[in-house]
Design a protein around this ligand. Structure first.
Ligand SMILES: [Zn+2]
Length: 330
């Protein structure tokens, strides 16, 4: 449990801190502007202005809702791997492949030594943090997932690729910390896809967070957690942000057998459905969590990024998270 670590970083959070996984839906004007930008109809400055406007909207919305640890909502991002691959030297844009549902993205190709081009996310983090006194999470994609979602034509094998990427992400983490960021989330949605590669993911995360002082969270969602648990607890992070509600809290039963030793950002609302949970259903999920986990361990958030929901749905799902957390605080 990492309450001590939070305190040592000067972070005062209530019990059941509320947060979000990272992405929020882009307001209509921004979705439209991104399409216009890709056709060359508006400039990158014009697009950036609207991304800033949308970021401000989401920061203010989270504050109004009473969320404790904020995110910038990733208004400037398309795909979570391509965003970094487009900025790291060593990558070339590849052909279109399907990611999930009906979304397609350009699968990046590693064709040379991967390098850190200087801070990639720090300006956005600084901007978001300048809009609020609440802590804003730094948001990165983990080395293992970037490796898994890219083609490699340069390194000897998957481990070597992941470790090279870990060195690059390590520098980005360092830059976020230097800018004042204290809570950094390093997403690894690919974590459980190949259970036999868990040691690679662990080694890469070790290298990514090594000797750096921040409260680290990792987010993982779909996959075969029963095959990587409890081994995954060796990942060098303080908090696992997990999709719990989409599979009816099935993971909790796994934790019952082998204690969960880290903090957990416990997904209490399903993000894959337009259906809205009611307050009672969400409260019951926290209650269930408390039958296996200690109250000091639990953060409350949605299962995954909310970018595929409408703006109104996303706000309502966040409100449900806050309402549930407040019940248990009192
Ligand atoms: Zn997810």
């Amino acid at each position: 449990m990492s309450r001590e670590k939070l305190k040592s970083l000067g972070l005062k959070l209530p019990l059941f801190p509320t947060t979000s996984v990272g992405s929020f839906p882009k307001p209509d004007y921004l979705a439209k502007a991104r399409a216009e930008f890709s056709k060359g109809k508006i400039t990158s400055d014009q697009l950036r202005e609207l991304e800033r406007k949308a970021t401000k909207f989401w920061i203010q919305t989270q504050e109004k809702l009473g969320i404790d640890v904020l995110v910038d909502g990733e208004m400037y991002r398309g795909d979570m791997v391509a965003y970094f691959a487009e900025r790291f030297p060593g990558f070339t844009e590849g052909g279109l492949v399907r990611s999930y549902g009906n979304r397609y993205y350009h699968k990046p190709i590693i064709t040379g030594e991967v390098e850190w081009p200087g801070p990639v996310t720090v300006d956005w983090w600084k901007y978001a943090q300048s809009l609020t006194k609440k802590p804003v999470k730094g948001m990165l994609t983990g080395a293992y997932t970037i490796m898994d979602w890219s083609f490699n034509e340069h390194y000897a094998d998957r481990r070597a690729t992941a470790m090279a990427l870990a060195g690059v992400i390590h520098k980005e983490v360092e830059a976020l910390i230097a800018a004042g960021c204290k809570i950094i989330q390093i997403d690894e949605p690919a974590l459980s896809v190949r259970p036999e590669e868990l040691p690679i993911a662990i080694e890469a995360m070790d290298a990514t967070t090594k000797d750096l002082s921040a409260y680290f969270i990792t987010h993982a969602c779909y996959g075969a957690f029963e095959q990587i648990y409890p081994g995954m607890l060796e990942l060098a992070v303080d908090n696992f942000d997990l999709e719990m509600s989409n599979n009816d809290l099935g993971l909790l039963e796994i934790f019952r057998g082998q204690p969960f030793t880290k903090d957990i950002s416990f997904g209490v609302v399903d993000v894959h459905t337009h259906t809205m949970e009611d307050e009672d259903a969400v409260r019951q999920r926290v209650e269930q969590a408390l039958t296996v986990l200690d109250k000091e361990q639990i953060w409350v958030d949605p299962d995954c990024g909310l970018k595929t929901r409408t703006v109104d749905e996303a706000i309502e799902k966040l409100r449900l998270c806050v309402a549930a957390a407040e019940t248990f605080r009192n």
